[in-house]
Design a protein. Sequence first.
Lengths: 142, 147
Amino acid sequence: MKSKPVIMEHFSTVHTSFVIDFSFTNNVTILTGDSGTGKTVVYSFIKECMAVNADILCLNYLDYQRDIKDIISNTEGKLIVIDNADILLDDDTRKYISLDNRNQYLIIGRNPKNLFVTKENLFEVVSRKRGEQTELSLKEYL
Amino acid sequence: MITIFKDRKDIPQDMEYVELNDVFFNQNTVSMLDEKAGGIIEQIDDSKFLGKYKICSRFNDVVLDIDKLSAGCKTVLNVLYYPDKVFCLKECGNNALEVLYGLDEGNVYSDYALIPFNMDKVMVWNGTEKYGVNDYEELKGWWDNEK
């Protein structure tokens, strides 16, 4: 599914020696790939940005008891970052996300069911050492 | 070999099902870790196991609390150290699945197929009995409800 990002086309931040530099080409970006590649590391750095950037909302397994669909359906104008999506998102919420044009999504998980995505939505994290820094960016998964 | 459940109803009542592998690992499995964990942590997360509560990060060689392991790695360690419980399989990447499928025992659940490219024989439930499967296509068929 190809749809232009409605909140931001670029996101960058720094956390100590880590530099995140992401370019978004779709409104729904699925961040997938092997275990241990840094997906949750990325989540933690983006979540830190929530403190200073009102355009970001982060959800993960700590929100397991909350109604995720209710939260996002009452949210507007944000990049919604969801880690542990394979256990947090039910079918109904996935369908809602696929049709939501008020928010943008970065979904960390492996199950694309009901999100109506294609390979254009699938990305993985790649890390590159630059001196003492580690740069994390997005690369097409397929 | 591990046993796979695709229907929550098939999990015996005396077996606990754990969906949040992160929480279970941080609260329980972490205290059980021994030298067996080191190889798995290195294989899946490419990190060094420095002791029960510490790992060396693959990214910048910084010493981290072991709660920073990936959810996939935590899942495999949960299954390894608690073979009497059933753990959610859904947060395992292919590299974690390959290790998981090679464990001597353990139990996992997912309602959709998660099969590593190189799979070992596993046990599956068909609702009333369990049987062995060692073929990718057969296992995919079982998960997709084919006869």
